[in-house]
Unconditional design. Structure first.
Length: 515
């Protein structure tokens, strides 16, 4: 696997080095890796445009070189942004500027995108994923002009038709949704998060590419034709990032790890939390540069069943270990149940730092917790819920996100981590599909999958660039493992560590599926 030790880095440096670090897949996502590599290379011009290159025919479908002295929509794409925000960043800014100045409504035959999302189950319910994806789709269709819009000519593209299948947390429902959506013949399916991975073979048999917003299960990381585009790479990036931040940034050596006792939670804890901790203390062999560097590091895992309003027994186990740090990743409600139970037992963030994953992010719950929540850290993708903490294109995208979530009826979910991922995922699909359409207006889902597979430092709305073509085995389906650490001060999230990865902590190890 090599050394993937990109810890703290600047955005400018990332533009040059991201391909070595980000966990991705593209060429790897094929039963014949060499054939997939050839396909990826052949479609690179479709998927991305190199910063500073001679090809300025982006998704607009015509020569869109920026006009000298022009600003906003009239200026065309500023390809200089590609060097800092990923290939295609200049085009995205141009599209957003044009949507603001000259909104276009999409026309023609729709491009069907499926959305498979768990809702209504106490074991896992994420309705904000759906509301945010719908808001993004409305924005794309009503203002951005749809897929393949030509902003220079003022010609609209095709609308996206979002087909949603809500599922319970069960293997049977996972397959039922997959069969239902496959029957609608979508160009791609957006699988938000799935505990089982048994839906992938159904889509593969139908030749439908799948993008994953929050990869959790082994199948999310290792399946051909699957592209985990979610910022932070789900468990892979976020959980290793939790360990990296706690052990190497906060320098804590006695760590309690409550973990979500669900099918994917078992894997994510064993492979991406317990294993890297054991790499650090030397009890698990690894080629990591940090292997055995913290021999006195100790830790304890505490299983937490989802959907419990009071987890005092588990919080008691966490604190009885007398940790100097605590990490936890679960669905939002479970995170805040843990915070409340810890506080009831006398825990404070000043005495014992608590680091949560981005899935725990819920601004309203953080505010409701008052002083208890102050000082809690969060590990996840770029915090687009806090525009004031950002600059440049990222700030513009964050402002668009807040505005369009409110405009299209999803404002109550704008402060939730899975809300951001639902919106961002649809915007990534929109940009990729638009770039493919510019080269081939009659493109198919297969073409869209090939373009995703070929991404290398491609702009990702509201997040860090995608590189689905350079994945470290065996995690061949993850397109992004870069994370950011923020700290809640009672009113906002402040960035404390930007663009780092803990992937190096599992270098040279085997998958640990747990039991």
């Amino acid at each position: 696997m090599g050394d993937y030790s990109m810890r703290i880095s600047s955005r400018a440096v990332r533009a040059a080095s991201v391909v070595v670090v980000l966990a991705t897949v593209a060429a790897a996502c094929s039963s014949d890796k060499q054939a997939a590599t050839t396909t990826a290379e052949a479609t690179t011009a479709v998927a991305t445009t190199a910063a500073g290159g001679s090809d300025t025919t982006m998704a607009g479908g015509s020569d869109t070189t920026a006009a000298a002295g022009a600003t906003g929509c009239a200026a065309g794409p500023d390809t200089k942004l590609d060097a800092t925000d990923g290939d295609g960043a200049g085009w995205m800014k141009w599209a957003l500027d044009c949507a603001k100045e000259k909104p276009m409504k999409a026309e023609g035959d729709p491009i069907v995108i499926g959305l498979q999302n768990p809702e209504g189950d106490p074991n896992g319910s994420f309705p904000e994923y759906t509301t945010a994806a719908k808001a993004a789709t409305e924005f794309i269709n009503n203002e951005l002009g749809g897929v393949g819009a030509d902003y220079k000519a003022g010609k609209p593209g095709r609308p996206i038709k979002l087909e949603v299948c809500s599922m319970m947390i069960s293997p049977a429902d996972s397959q039922k949704c997959a069969n239902e959506l496959a029957g609608k013949k979508p160009f791609a399916v957006y699988s938000t998060l799935n505990f089982f991975g048994n839906h992938f073979p159904i889509y593969a048999a139908a030749g439908i590419p799948v993008v994953v917003g929050t990869p959790l299960s082994p199948a999310d990381f290792t399946s051909p034709g699957v592209y985990a585009i979610g910022g932070g790479g789900g468990c892979l990036g976020v959980h290793t990032g939790l360990i990296e931040f706690m052990a190497n940034n906060l320098k804590k050596k006695k760590i309690s790890v409550p973990w979500a006792d669900t099918p994917p939670g078992v894997f994510c804890y064993n492979d991406l939390e317990k294993k890297p901790l054991n790499v650090l203390n030397g009890t698990t062999k690894s080629t990591s540069d940090m292997a055995g560097k913290i021999p006195d590091l100790t830790h304890i895992g505490v299983a937490v069943k989802p959907g419990q309003a009071d987890v005092t027994p588990q919080a008691t186990q966490v604190l009885d270990f007398k940790p100097d740090g605590i990490i936890f990743s679960a669905q939002g409600a479970d995170c805040w149940s843990m915070v409340a139970s810890l506080a009831k037992l006398g825990w404070t963030s000043d005495a014992t730092p608590l680091v949560l994953s981005g899935s725990c992010l819920d601004t309203e719950k953080a505010k409701a917790a008052g002083d208890t929540a102050k000082g809690i850290y969060f590990i996840g993708t770029t915090p687009i819920t806090q525009p004031d903490a950002l600059e440049g294109l990222l700030k513009q995208e964050a402002l668009v996100y807040a505005d369009k979530m409110k405009q299209y009826g999803a404002g109550d979910d704008a402060g939730k981590g899975f809300g951001t991922q639902g919106f961002e995922g649809m915007m990534i699909l929109f940009q990729t599909a638009s770039e493919v359409s510019a080269k081939n207006p009659s493109f198919t889902g297969k073409d869209l999958g090939a373009a995703l597979a070929a991404t290398k430092n491609a702009h990702s709305f509201g997040g860090t660039p995608l590189s689905c073509s350079t994945a470290p085995p065996p995690y061949v389906s993850v397109c992004n493992s870069t994370v950011t650490a923020t700290q809640w001060d009672g009113e906002k999230y402040n960035v404390v560590a930007k663009d780092f990865s803990g992937l190096h902590l599992i270098a040279g190890t085997e998958l640990d599926l747990g039991s």
